[in-house]
Design a binder for this molecule. Structure first.
Ligand code: COA
Length: 535
């Protein structure tokens, strides 16, 4: 066991310049978050208030226990995708404590295009459900939705993982005893009607909430029947006549109070089964990370310095420190929660891959959750390493990582590229959660490598055809490639596409990880059966 020691001088000019650059990134993150929490346009928010409705974020705040945190997923989803649709995609998702029980809360934002489902809305709802399912969290859906956003049908209607999967997931979770509860706060049409209808228990707000497969206009178009919203699908009708709903609330606040009562009576909440130590702050301030990550993304970070600012008491039991040292492996605690950390410190060589596979096996044997801190340009390439069999060693690492049934978390802290993104438990390997720091980047290749590779391919073709290009033509070819790889790799591109769950300030890492580890620690242990290791 060692306390990690730092060699950083915070007084140096270099540190100061790096910190200023990272602080600008953090300011940018806060600007984006602030835009997301506003919700829809002023006109729609005013209408909500005139109808005496709480805004969606006010509903969420009223639902969770006073003073408790809300662990929000996908806050920046859809940012910049649809004209005048704010980040978030018209839906709020996250985990909060309700009557002392962690629940997945999913709230439509009807101030954004009537709470209708765009592609990204459906994807975000499904992602929240998958997290809830994996962690066996009760789902509380605060519904006010016009259902499918009609022009988006190709992206929400026909396929698995789209809007229809929301309903499938509700049914399957209910079948597994994961409670599904809904409150209906406003008109909920078609798909918006099936969300509550497929829940175990529904609360509806009188004179506000309405559930119908087709609204009054559609009914008139189809049958020429004139009928008002309340008669067609209002709370009173559904609570007295159709029996679609189970509880009639007087207003939003009353509905939320009823849900809190329902949750209070769900039985014992799953208990934390892990041994949590008394949390200790790192010996170095996590905010110093801003000055350690170089403002020039081509300059690598010494990730031992990062670890010293993340783990409790800067205490790290390193595994094989003298072998394959560009992959740092070791056990530490984050706010008291034990975790096995794999952190890059350079490219991945065969030795690193073997060491990483061995360390993952140890963590699985000892039931220790894994945290991948990804900051890596790729696996080592070249004749020597190929002859050493880096493909099969890399495959062993990937097999161990993909098979591990302990909770797995990924944080991209720097630049994370190519197969190394996958090996460090990238999104396709289904980590329990994937986070990115505000300055993180990920792509198939870095912008410089992409430009070089595509230029060489083009020049080879020119040589074959006996043509050539001027310097101007060459830079006109290269510039858009560089720009598109830079834009692609941004953490915000990952966030807006929901390829990651959240973008965080490095200084939020300990708090966020503690919440995620707490939720994962309430699940029973699961044995790991490894795939075949290529020897
Ligand atoms: N698809 C695409 N856009 C939709 C939509 C839908 N299904 N439903 C509503 N919208 C848009 C509206 O065009 C409007 O856009 P704007 O802000 O750019 O003007 C915005 O959402 C808000 O709708 P509006 O009707 O002004 O708000 P409201 O609060 O009075 O009513 C609804 C909201 C959802 C009750 C109402 O719009 C409605 O009944 N929509 C039709 C729902 C439907 O039939 N869905 C069937 C899906 S299969």
């Amino acid at each position: 066991m060692t306390h990690l020691l730092s060699n950083i001088s915070t007084a140096e000019e270099e540190f100061r310049l790096n910190r200023a650059a990272y602080e600008e990134r953090i300011a940018d993150l806060h600007r984006r978050r602030a835009a997301a929490v506003i919700g829809g346009p002023e006109r729609a928010r005013r209408l909500h208030r005139e109808r005496k409705q709480m805004l969606p974020r006010e509903r969420v705040a009223a639902l969770i226990d006073p003073g408790s945190p809300f662990l929000e997923f996908g806050q920046l989803a859809g940012e910049g995708f649809y004209d005048d649709v704010p980040p978030g995609g018209g839906i709020i998702t996250g985990v909060g404590l309700v009557a002392g029980r962690p629940c997945m809360i999913i709230a439509n934002d009807a101030t954004v295009k009537g709470g209708t489902y765009f592609r990204i809305t459906a994807k975000k709802h499904v992602r929240a459900q998958m997290y809830a399912w994996q962690h066996r969290l009760a789902c509380i859906t605060l519904v006010q939705s016009g259902g499918a956003n009609l022009p988006e049908q190709a992206d929400i209607f026909p396929d698995d993982g789209q809007f229809g999967s929301v309903f499938y997931n509700q049914v399957r979770m209910s079948a597994e005893g994961i409670p599904q509860i809904a409150t209906v706060h406003g008109p909920s049409t078609a798909g918006g009607a099936y969300i509550p209808a497929l829940c175990d228990e529904i609360v509806i707000v009188r004179n506000q909430g309405a559930i119908f497969l087709g609204g009054p206009d559609l009914v008139y178009a189809a049958t020429r029947e004139e009928v008002d919203t309340e008669t067609l699908g209002g709370g009173d009708m559904h609570s007295r006549i159709s029996g679609v709903t189970d509880h009639l609330a007087e207003n939003d606040a009353h509905a939320i109070a009823i849900v809190r009562e329902i949750v209070r009576n769900l039985g014992a909440a799953p208990k934390q089964r892990r041994d949590i130590a008394a949390p200790k702050e790192p010996r170095y301030d996590p905010r110093e990370i801003y000055g350690i990550v170089n403002r020039d993304s081509r300059i690598p970070t010494d990730n031992r310095e990062i670890l010293a600012r993340l783990v409790d008491d800067s205490y790290f039991q390193e595994f094989k420190p003298l072998y394959g040292d560009s992959l740092i492996c070791g056990v530490a605690r984050l706010k008291g929660y034990e975790v096995g950390i794999l952190a890059n410190n350079g490219v991945i060589f065969s030795e690193c891959a073997l060491k990483g596979a061995h360390f993952i096996e140890l963590c699985c044997q000892r039931d220790i959750p894994l945290l991948f801190l990804a900051d890596v340009s790729g696996f080592m390439v070249g004749k020597t390493v190929e002859q050493q069999g880096i493909s099969k060693h890399g495959a062993k690492f990937i097999t161990a990582m993909a098979s591990a049934n302990v909770p797995r978390f990924t944080i991209i802290t720097g630049g994370c590229y190519a197969a190394a993104y996958l090996a460090m438990c990238g999104r396709p390997f289904k980590p329990n959660a994937m986070l990115m720091w505000a300055g993180a980047r990920s792509a198939l290749l870095g912008p410089d490598q992409a430009v070089t590779t595509l230029t060489r391919i083009r020049e080879k073709a020119q040589k074959r055809d006996g043509t050539s290009w001027t310097d101007e033509e060459k830079s006109a070819f290269q510039e858009p490639i560089r720009r598109s790889f830079e834009e692609f790799s941004s953490a915000y591109n990952y966030a807006r596409n929901l390829w990651c769950d959240m973008v965080i300030d490095p200084a939020e890492t300990r708090e966020t990880m503690a919440m995620l580890l707490d939720l994962a620690g309430r699940l029973p242990a699961q044995a790991t059966q490894f795939g075949v290791f290529r020897m």
